[in-house]
Ligand binder design. Structure first.
Ligand code: HEM
Length: 391
């Protein structure tokens, strides 16, 4: 993948912080303000539930006008408006709606595999992990293949516009332009899809204005691309690193949900929550957080907190199920959690069933992990297998 920098293993630093300063004040790049950074599981979960912490930069009293600009979505709106917006799309991402999609997800996976199966080698990041979630979210949004942006280009632009510390104006323009193109297309070609549901919600008053319409579409398009991709890529790497555990899932497909839960915990794709802003003076652990300050929960650190998970650095699909924070917690719990889980289960099961002798062509330790600091996953997954496989 282009444009991403290598991301050194952050987990030793998280552990040090957990042991020495489970909530701490961290200098924020480019400002005099300190951000409260939380690495303990208990403190993070409590903070995610704390109504005195807002996701809305407009309520933060922030002097930074850029922080308060832009389209609005569930991601940066507090209750009660948050619930009004989320109800427009909740049904499309429910457990039953996602279960109905599983056969189609499997078909998309088999098509992707068929494109490289004859070659005997592939970069499973670019040719599988990237393609499957992109196809799935576009189908849900009702965007036909001819209208879709190149997935690698979109991911690159999304990263530069939304995830990077310093958003690049051309990238922001590109992502905005893609949202406009999708809305124009769906206005002209409505269907039984989520974008059409958003357009109807605007007409029906459940969404207030164009900013909410655009923000909601972007809130599904971006996370629909950027999260499940690293989940699949890290899943392939971890399973090839742990053939005993892969063997258990291949022998008994009922174990795929255990694989995905452990992956979500062990390799948190979304490393930290979105910014929270203190609406009043408050304390997190021993740290005093003045009104207006930014608070960030490290979901990745929380998911490897030894106070919560035994042997937290071990990848172990047999560990007892305990709630992790990979999809967040509370009001902003991930809208796409059922979808992310289903894509993980179906895509990994389909791949390892189709290519039973799949292997990495470089030592797993040499794979570069990237996207940081907010997202994390392998940059490339070079693999080989006996030519053939699914059709
Ligand atoms: C492995 C896959 C995924 C992971 C790990 C993930 C992770 C997260 C996390 C951590 C949050 C909460 C952020 C916070 O509270 O600050 C979140 C929220 C959200 N995610 Fe996901 N996500 C995934 C897949 C998806 C997909 C496929 C979609 C597409 C619809 C999606 C859409 C959203 C939306 C719209 C929100 C905001 C929900 C709200 O504010 O009510 N996510 N996700």
């Amino acid at each position: 993948m282009r444009g991403y920098r290598a991301d050194p293993d952050p987990y030793p630093n998280y552990r040090w912080l957990q042991e020495n300063a489970p909530a701490c004040l961290m200098a924020s790049a480019g400002t005099d303000e300190a951000t409260c950074f939380v690495t303990s599981y208990e403190l993070s979960r409590a903070a995610l539930l704390d109504q005195r912490l807002s996701v809305d930069p407009r309520r933060s009293g922030s002097a930074d006008p850029a922080a308060a600009a832009g389209d609005r979505s569930v991601l940066d709106t507090d209750p009660p408006d948050h619930g009004r917006m989320r109800r427009v799309v909740n049904h499309a991402f429910s457990q039953s709606a996602v279960d109905a999609l599983r056969p189609r997800i499997a078909e998309i996976c088999r098509e992707a595999i068929a494109a490289f199966a004859g070659r005997g080698q592939a970069d499973l990041m670019a040719e599988y992990a990237l393609l499957v979630p992109v196809a799935v979210i576009h189908e849900i949004l009702g965007v036909p293949p001819a209208e879709r942006e190149d997935p690698a280009v979109f991911m690159d632009m999304f990263w530069r516009a939304v995830v990077a510390r310093e958003p690049e104006p051309e990238a922001t323009e590109f992502v905005d332009g893609y949202v406009t193109r999708i809305l124009d297309h769906k206005r002209a070609h409505p269907g039984d899809d989520v974008t059409t549901a958003l357009l109807r919600a605007l007409d029906g008053g459940q969404l207030r204005d164009e900013s909410e319409l655009r923000g909601m579409l972007a809130a599904m398009l971006g996370p629909g691309h950027s999260t499940t991709i690293p989940l699949l890529a890290s899943g392939i790497v971890r399973l090839l690193q742990h053939p005993d555990q892969l063997g258990k899932a291949v022998a008994d497909p009922r174990r795929w949900p255990d694989v995905v839960e452990e992956l979500l915990r062990h390799d948190s794709v979304v490393q930290a929550s979105a910014n929270r802003y203190a609406l009043e003076d408050l304390a997190i652990g021993d740290v005093q957080v003045p009104r207006g300050s930014t608070v960030l929960m490290s979901l990745a650190a929380a998911n490897r907190d030894p106070a919560r998970f035994e042997h937290p650095d071990a990848f172990d699909i047999d560990r007892p199920r305990q709630t992790h924070l990979s999809f967040g917690y509370g009001t902003h719990f991930c809208l796409g959690a059922h979808l992310g889980r289903a894509e993980g289960e179906v895509a990994l099961a389909t791949l390892f069933e189709a290519l039973p002798d799949l292997r990495l062509t470089v030592p797993a330790e040499e794979i570069v992990w990237t996207f940081g600091p907010m997202l994390r996953g392998p940059a490339e997954v070079p693999a080989a297998f006996t030519p053939g496989g699914a059709a």
